[in-house]
Design a protein around this ligand. Structure first.
Ligand code: CDT
Length: 310
């Protein structure tokens, strides 16, 4: 049986601070329709797809922060998106700011969900690697307050059975960490969906600004190759509230090759046929985990202590 997933990366252009969730969702429906016309079975949207990337603003009043969060999903703003995808039988994923209760406490996560072709949420992933800083740092031209506004996920990485294979998710900064891909590969993932919002300017190390696109693809391609899996990287791109976000959404094969890449910094669909059986090209050979992996030599990887210096 064929295990080809015709996958669309649905890059989104900027979302302004005053754009409503309903308007963002309407743009997502338009992208979904375009992907459907190209025969897609899966459409992948970016991180925090319903709002502007709000961690760039210091908001002393928690009520202003909470206004960017969703307390249920689907909700009034997204039910049209869910309904259209269900009618078309298309699976989709997108990121949003999630407020929820568990362990008797209120939590706020940077979350991505995967919805199957029948409209069921089959995976909910909360971001593990939260970048940035917890306090207001007025010297920066813009803030990156994910460490203030979100809880780091206690749930780790996982892969779910859907679309005839095993699919995993990660979010933005996760894609820079080799551990993300290896954890997902060990969970069996054959494809990883990764939305991102990446400013071109990195205030603590501005000399790397010209390398942002390179580091994006370097991470996605290395993760795909070293683990023999498909990686779908999807940007929110363009000048959003004065902040320059990189594009470069890409579908990367298990060989590490970019199969297709976005050409614009706006709303754009790119599509590729992702044959999950191609993972074996790498996993049955150079990265045959059962034959060649040496976990007994990797004990520091999961240890909590800081690594030795020098
Ligand atoms: N959204 C997100 O995780 N962005 C980060 C920006 C750099 S860290 C301040 C990223 O890794 O792309």
């Amino acid at each position: 049986m064929s295990r080809v997933v015709r996958t669309a990366a649905a890059q989104m252009g900027p979302i302004s601070r005053d754009e409503t969730r309903a308007s963002a969702a309407e743009r997502m429906v338009a992208l979904l329709d375009q992907a459907a016309r190209q025969g897609a079975n899966l459409v992948v949207f970016p991180e925090l797809a319903l709002t502007s990337f709000f961690p760039r603003w210091f908001m002393p009043d928690q009520a202003d922060v909470d206004a960017f969060f969703e307390t249920e999903m689907p909700n009034a703003a997204t039910e049209t998106l869910f309904a259209r995808a269900r009618a078309l039988g298309i699976a989709f994923s997108f990121g949003y700011a999630e407020m929820c209760q568990h362990d008797g406490k209120l939590h706020r996560y940077n979350t991505a969900i995967l919805v199957d072709g029948a409209g069921q949420i089959v995976d909910r992933y909360r971001k593990v690697h939260l970048p940035g800083h917890p306090e207001h740092e007025p010297w920066r031209p813009f803030q990156h307050l994910e460490k203030r506004y979100f809880d780091p996920s206690p749930f780790g990485f996982h892969a779910v059975d859907t679309l005839g294979g095993k699919i995993g998710q990660a979010i933005c900064n996760d894609r820079r960490w080799p551990e993300t891909y290896r954890e997902l590969a060990l969970a069996g993932a054959e494809m990883v969906l990764i939305g991102y919002n990446t400013p071109r300017h990195y205030p603590p190390a501005p000399k790397h600004d010209h390398l942002q696109d390179f580091h994006n693809h370097l991470s996605l391609q290395a993760g795909a190759y070293a683990n023999g899996m498909w990686v779908i990287g999807v940007a929110k791109a363009g000048i959003e509230e004065g902040c320059d976000l990189i594009g470069g959404s890409a579908i990367v094969a298990p060989t590490g090759e970019i199969v297709v890449q976005a050409q614009t910094l706006g709303d754009e669909i790119i599509v590729a046929d992702c044959d999950l059986d191609r993972c074996a090209e790498i996993r049955a050979n150079i990265f045959d985990f059962a034959k060649h992996r040496r976990p007994e030599a990797y004990t520091r990887i999961a240890a909590k202590d800081a690594p030795a210096k020098g």
